[in-house]
Design a protein around this ligand. Structure first.
Ligand code: RUB
Length: 308
């Protein structure tokens, strides 16, 4: 699919979820490179840079998109000609997509070990990584019951309950404000992530931090299911994560409230590391304190941005 259409579909959430948007970005850049007709390397660099900016500008919060795009363009600076650059991009994108898809399966297998027969689970929004854990546990024959939040305003909970319900899992949908009431019945919470900072704070769908607080209060285990490409290298040098705000029309219809009333619609929130029991990744289950080490390894020991 072309870059413009992909950027629009990510922005309007036709393609959504941190993993899916990363794979869509990688795939769009690969298609762009594959259909590039020019042979001038300088022009190619400029054009691919423009395409990259378009994809990255589509949604600001999930670092998965940034990591997916940069993994796809790795090495292009050193390419000797356009043909070389194109094959690098196509190979990188293919690898990124295959690895990220496999990571979700691995997270399912690893995370399912944390679920016991008879568990009551809560999840929020619609995370393929969290659903992989829950569905794998169910496929292993564990009897589980799942509470899934509606996740206003976009109601991604509808996708979640459809998926779980069709899989045959005992699923109950709740409104977001029922989270604290229901938490007393829950054994474990599993949510996804858009970005995880170097000190283990989790950025995920608005309301995630409320689940975390309610779980903390009720002494319920709170797990984040996340591929390691959702770890943010930029946070190592102190960058903060931009929280996307979307249109008021996702909350109220035009004319439903007086023009003088403002509507604030942040669509992600930050859960501090202290409320997270563990992060379930494709590398294994880790504490929030391990994110820093994984990032340093991913960066080959290069930690801080320098002026050079
Ligand atoms: C989706 C959301 C998901 C994470 C992880 O938000 O917050 O929990 O993206 O998803 P939105 P996954 O619907 O606004 O994109 O595990 O599928 O990557």
């Amino acid at each position: 699919m072309n870059v413009d259409d992909t950027a629009v579909m990510i922005r309007d959430m036709t393609i959504r979820g941190a993993g899916r948007i990363a794979r869509a970005g990688a795939s769009a850049l690969s298609d762009f490179a594959g259909s590039y007709e020019g042979r001038d390397m300088r022009a190619f660099r400029k054009d691919i840079e423009k395409a990259k900016k378009k994809i990255l500008g589509s949604r600001p919060t999930a670092v998965s998109l940034w990591n997916g795009v940069h993994a796809t363009l790795r090495g292009v600076e050193e390419a000797k000609d356009v043909g070389d650059a194109v094959s690098m991009i196509q190979k990188n994108a293919e690898e990124f997509i295959a690895n990220s898809t496999r990571a979700v399966e691995l997270i399912g297998r690893i995370g399912s070990k944390r679920i016991e027969d008879g568990d009551v689970i809560m999840t929020h929004c619609n995370s393929s990584a969290a659903l992989s854990v829950i569905k794998t546990a169910y496929d292993q024959g564990k009897h589980i019951k799942v509470y899934a939040t509606e996740s206003r305003p976009w109601r991604q909970g509808i996708l979640t309950v459809n998926d779980l319900g069709k899989a045959g899992i005992d699923t109950t949908m709740i409104v977001d404000s029922a989270v604290r009431t229901v938490m007393t019945e829950v054994d474990r919470v599993f949510v996804g992530a858009d970005t995880i900072t170097s000190h283990g704070a989790v950025i995920n769908k608005i309301g995630t931090s409320q689940l975390a607080l309610a779980a903390y209060e009720a002494r319920v285990q709170f797990y984040v299911c996340s591929e390691t490409y959702k770890f943010s290298p930029m946070t190592l040098s102190g960058d903060t994560v931009a929280i996307e705000e979307r249109s008021y029309e996702e909350i109220v219809k035009k004319g439903e409230i007086p023009d003088s009333v403002k509507v604030y619609n942040p669509v992600f929130d930050v859960t501090p590391a202290k409320y997270v029991d563990a992060i379930i990744t494709e590398l294994g289950v880790m504490s929030t304190g391990s994110v820093y080490d994984v990032l340093i390894r991913q960066l080959g020991g290069k930690i801080f941005q320098t002026e050079e």
